[in-house]
Design a protein around this ligand. Structure first.
Ligand code: KG4
Ligand code: ZN
Length: 335
């Protein structure tokens, strides 16, 4: 069955066509660059841009793939968590299309879609697994016993890791989104230049905290006589090192405690090269297997939504026109 995935939970309008046997048939994203000048996402602007982008992106996707609209056998749409206005635009579009095509429609939990993005690398998710979901809104550890069975075993107490990258980039005047620009600046910086705090690292739990790091970076920057190019790179490299240290050490400790065989990364921050490399080395040293989504499926995308929707449609689910949106919430089990 060919499944259409629709992602509009934040600022990206992203659609994809997927078939389990053949993988991704087409994938198209319209990014909203308009938010850059505000240094963050403006929700009202985001929903209006989705409204403008959705139909042209859908038409181009169908044209690129050679798949006719009537070949679509099911639709999946992110219905939360995310920005309510943005989600409503995607869900309304999905309902209208499912009605017109007479096909089933399922709401997909955005975080489950990030987790299942790992399957787009070519292999089914190995279980039992521990998944570190790191994005702009989440820093969570999920134990996955089988697809559809999720247990939240660690969480941030305040900011998400992606939020920390974004706020630190803003402090350094590097732009938005912060993750890619911090990673780039960090390449010419010294990760040992400044000893930023590693909150909760030695506590006996699997929770995280990143708000103190943001404050530490701000105080450090305010205390500098001049923010030179080299100093920006050193701050970026040292902050990235502090974030990666905590994420990797807590994830590995949690995986050992839960006695899982497989460790997965998921979410936008999983695109970070330093995180991927450190996690791979530390996980493999302990004889567990390390996995991460392909880079293009780390940040928000319609492909991961289509892949997750396929699982739900195969289980016979159909939410139809009663489907609603939600702003917050963790993934719950459905098997
Ligand atoms: O998953 P995502 O696209 O959206 C949410 O669901 O939140 O994640 C976006 C987050 C942003 O905070 C962005 O700065 C971060 O992912 N990000 C990165 C990188 N690319 C994106 N963080 C670190 N390194 C990167 N290369
Ligand atoms: Zn996301």
């Amino acid at each position: 069955m060919i499944v259409l995935g629709i992602e509009t939970s934040c600022d990206d309008t992203s659609l994809a066509l997927y078939e389990r046997e053949r993988g991704i048939l087409a994938h198209l994203t319209a990014n909203q660059l308009v938010h850059e000048k505000y240094g963050g996402i403006v929700p009202e602007i985001a929903s209006r841009a989705h409204l403008k982008n959705l139909l042209p992106v859908f038409n181009a996707l169908v044209e690129d793939s050679g798949v006719g609209p009537n070949d679509i056998g099911g639709i999946g749409v992110s219905n939360g968590p995310g920005l309510i206005g943005s989600l409503l635009v995607g869900v309304s579009f999905a309902k209208a299309l499912a009605f017109a095509l007479g096909c089933p429609l399922v709401g997909v939990h955005h975080i489950e879609a990030h987790i299942l993005a790992n399957e787009l690398a070519g292999a089914p998710l190995g279980t039992p697994a521990l998944v570190l979901v790191v994005s702009g809104g989440h820093t969570c550890l999920y134990r996955v016993d089988t697809i559809g069975k999720y247990e939240l075993v660690g969480n941030t107490r305040d900011d998400a890791a992606g939020e920390a990258f974004d706020k630190i980039a803003k402090l350094l005047g590097l732009g938005f989104p912060g993750g890619p620009v911090i990673e780039k600046a960090a390449r010419s910086g010294d990760p040992t230049a400044i000893e930023f705090p590693r909150a909760m690292l030695h506590q006996d739990n699997f929770d995280f905290s990143f708000s103190g790091l943001k404050t530490a970076v701000r105080l450090h920057v305010e205390g500098l006589p001049k923010l030179t190019h080299q100093r920006i790179s050193d701050v970026a490299a040292s902050a990235q090192e502090a974030i990666v240290d905590v994420l990797v050490q807590k994830t590995v400790a949690c995986a050992e405690e839960h006695d899982v065989r497989h460790v997965y990364l998921a979410g936008g921050v999983a695109a970070n090269g330093a995180l991927r490399e450190r996690m791979r080395v530390d996980v493999e040293e302990r004889s567990m297997t390390y996995h991460a989504p392909l880079i293009q499926y780390c940040t928000d995308n319609g492909a991961m939504v289509a892949c997750a929707a396929d699982r739900h449609l195969a289980a016979g689910r159909n939410d139809g026109t009663g489907l609603d949106v939600f702003a917050r919430g963790y993934v719950s089990s459905w098997v």
